[in-house]
Design a protein around this ligand. Structure first.
Ligand SMILES: [Zn+2]
Length: 134
């Protein structure tokens, strides 16, 4: 390899390293932003079906024929599972969804995933309030 080639490959390595470092830094700052500035869940109304991938910190409300059918969100513990909450009053269990003046949502009763991660929390005004009894 000529010195030019060696220089080139070193420059390429440096470039890759810098790109990787930038990416990490961006993810890190995004996490930070997510954690401290955007703690409330946004509410997103979708028609008929959920998207294949849910965004974190979004509460999805599935509507069909004008009826709120179910709410879904990524489990706030970070386990990556999707939580589904039925909103139809003739099915059990059933949650009541309240939309607040500031556009956030509240769910009643609390969400308790009794298997897997065991997350138990309230969603109030778009905020996750963990229950301490688990
Ligand atoms: Zn979880």
């Amino acid at each position: 390899m000529s010195w030019l080639g060696a220089l080139w490959s070193a420059a390429d390595k440096a470039r890759k390293f810098a790109t990787e470092a930038c990416k990490r830094l961006r993810n890190l700052s995004y996490d930070f932003y997510d954690r401290y500035f955007r703690r409330r869940y946004h509410t997103l109304v979708v028609e008929e079906s959920l998207p294949a991938r849910l965004k974190r910190r979004y509460l999805y409300v599935v509507q069909e024929d004008g009826f709120e059918e179910q709410a879904a969100m990524m489990c706030p513990c970070g386990c990556g599972r999707v939580l589904h909450m039925n909103l139809l009053p003739d099915q059990r269990p059933c949650w009541r969804l309240t939309t607040n003046a500031n556009g956030t949502a509240s769910l009643h009763p609390s969400v308790w995933r009794q298997k897997d991660c065991g997350s138990h929390f309230w969603l109030r005004e778009g905020r996750v309030i963990w229950c301490s009894d688990v």
